[in-house]
Design a protein around this ligand. Structure first.
Ligand code: SF4
Ligand code: SF4
Ligand code: SF4
Length: 503
């Protein structure tokens, strides 16, 4: 069938700079570049380019750049170029539009409409990087109030606290399964989390035996497909996470195509090679909060009540009522994933139109749990496009105990957000299982870049805490007085629970 779609990007090669070294041809898994012997020059097929920037970055003479092709149909306010191209695509393929990574559409980013306070007459810190500044956090259920100290027969204080996770800073690496990302990407996350004193998350793909050594810094996930789940797996991590939903595709499950279920991945997931790994949206045994409670307690039984249980849900309408139910289910931590959360593959229409922003979800859940007197039942972890240290600070001030990051972590490892993870041909060696592509990400370098990023964020977090006159993350948690909105309407300010700038 004739393809009606004009390429989205154009590759511009400066032939004065090009030395025909063919690095670009070797680096592009999409076979865009080709050396044409007859012409003694490199040519390219723009239509195959996904704009991952691999060739641009690695061209030794900086001879390449990628620009929007500038293709325009006749101006039409109703039928944009993108809409027309999508219709062409579907009429050619007959299939659902698929995309990788998070929602790229132009919805408001509330974090960008919130400003931080700074101390003026009262004391900001003099040197927040040298003064004691506590970035550590503990996650888990807390006692509702103070009580008498209990002592054992030898006079030692008895710790009745439910199991807690201890983190050096309020950030964890969010769920990304081995299979959706490469072995080297997974290893980079596990090693960096261990070095930083935070946690990474197996996602729904099970735990490769090579990563058991990072158990103290691992969250093991249980999704509806139960891939790779057995009692040893549950006990290998520091916490168990039940995945009920994810921000990129609320209401639908996970799907890893059979082509990616090969070798170690099939063994780790405990499913045959070549079979599609499908985790449907509902868990086959959960249709109510009571059912969820049963699973929470089954997992606690299986781990002898030593591991906190996290329940992860997507940010959707009525999120605060759902969170209230989960906080009563016995779960220790609720993870909420906003509608900008990333993924390896999602139907584009669902990714771009379902769910709500994490800022609004977080503020409303925190308020509801406080109003109901059950905020201490659980810790709140939020994700869905946490892009910088200042997003972390704002999320904590809106009520989060900690944030989950995934896209930022992938970018640290080299991802250029080309959004074509679903193709399996990630030129940066991240969302791929093709051995020669996997090798492109060296786990020493991947983990070093992640550690650097988190150390940089930690410095910035300390500086921002210092300027606010706050010396611990715990004092910032839910401290909305440190926030002011700009350009937000009354309703938005009310949901966020903050004042407008100037008030
Ligand atoms: S990598 Fe750069 S210099 Fe080498 S062939 Fe490609 S465009 Fe030319
Ligand atoms: S897909 Fe990536 S590596 Fe290939 S031509 Fe485009 S930008 Fe370069
Ligand atoms: S992980 Fe790879 S394929 Fe996915 S968006 Fe990033 S660079 Fe592209």
């Amino acid at each position: 069938m004739i393809n009606y779609i004009y390429p989205e990007y154009e590759i511009v090669r400066n032939y004065d700079k090009c030395i025909n070294c063919r690095v670009c041809a070797r680096q592009c898994a999409n076979q865009v570049h080709d050396y044409v012997e007859k012409l003694s020059k490199m040519l390219c097929d723009d239509s195959k380019c996904v704009n991952c920037h691999r060739c641009v970055v690695l061209c030794p003479t900086r001879a390449l750049k990628i620009v929007p092709s500038g293709n325009t149909y006749r101006t039409n306010a109703n039928w944009s170029c993108k809409t027309i191209d999508e219709l062409y695509k579907q009429s050619e393929s007959g299939g659902v539009l698929l995309s990788g990574m998070g929602n790229p559409e132009d919805y408001p980013v509330y974090f960008d409409k919130i400003l931080l306070n700074a101390s003026q007459v009262t004391n900001p810190s003099i040197d927040p990087l040298r003064e004691p500044m506590e970035t550590k956090v503990s996650l888990g259920a807390r006692p509702h109030g103070t009580g008498c100290v209990e002592r054992d027969s030898q006079g030692r204080i008895v710790n009745n606290l439910p199991p807690q996770l201890s983190l050096s800073m309020p950030v964890m690496f969010s769920a990304m399964s081995y299979g959706s990302i490469s072995y080297n990407a997974h290893k980079s996350l596990a090693r960096a989390a261990t070095e930083l004193g935070i946690l990474y998350n197996t996602g729904e793909g099970g735990l490769h035996e090579d990563f058991c050594q990072y158990g103290k810094n691992t969250v093991v996930q249980v999704a509806s497909g139960r891939f790779g789940v057995h009692v040893g797996y549950l006990n290998s991590g520091a916490a168990v996470e039940i995945k009920m939903g994810q921000g990129a595709k609320p209401g639908i499950g996970g799907h890893l195509p059979g082509t990616k279920i090969v070798g170690d991945i099939s063994r780790t997931r405990m499913i045959p090679e070549g079979s599609d790994a499908i985790s449907p949206a509902p868990h086959h045994d959960i249709y109510s909060i009571e059912d969820l409670r049963q699973l929470v307690y089954s997992l606690k039984e299986a781990t002898e009540y030593k591991k906190p249980v996290i329940v992860k849900i997507a940010a959707v309408h009525n999120i605060s009522a759902i969170a209230s139910g989960i906080a009563r289910s016995g779960a220790d931590i609720i993870a909420i994933d906003g509608f900008r959360g990333g993924t390896g593959a999602a139907p584009t229409r669902i990714r771009d139109n379902v769910g709500i922003p994490i800022e609004l979800a977080l503020a409303s859940v925190d308020r509801r749990l406080r109003d109901e007197g059950i905020r201490t039942n659980v810790s709140l972890v939020v994700g869905g496009s946490i892009r910088s240290s200042v997003d972390v600070i704002k999320a904590v001030a809106l009520g989060a105990d900690c944030v989950y990051i995934a896209t930022s972590a992938l970018i640290a490892m080299g991802c250029h957000l080309c959004r074509s993870c679903h193709s399996g041909k990630c030129n940066w060696g991240i969302a791929t299982q093709i051995p020669e592509l996997v090798k492109r990400l060296n786990s020493d370098i991947g983990s070093e870049r992640l550690v650097n990023l988190m150390n940089a964020w930690r410095h910035e977090i300390k500086e921002m805490m210092g300027l606010m006159g706050i010396n611990s993350i715990e004092s910032l948690k839910g401290n909305r007085l440190m926030l002011r909105g700009v350009g937000l309407n009354e309703k938005e300010l009310e949901i966020l629970g903050i004042k407008h700038a100037g008030e």
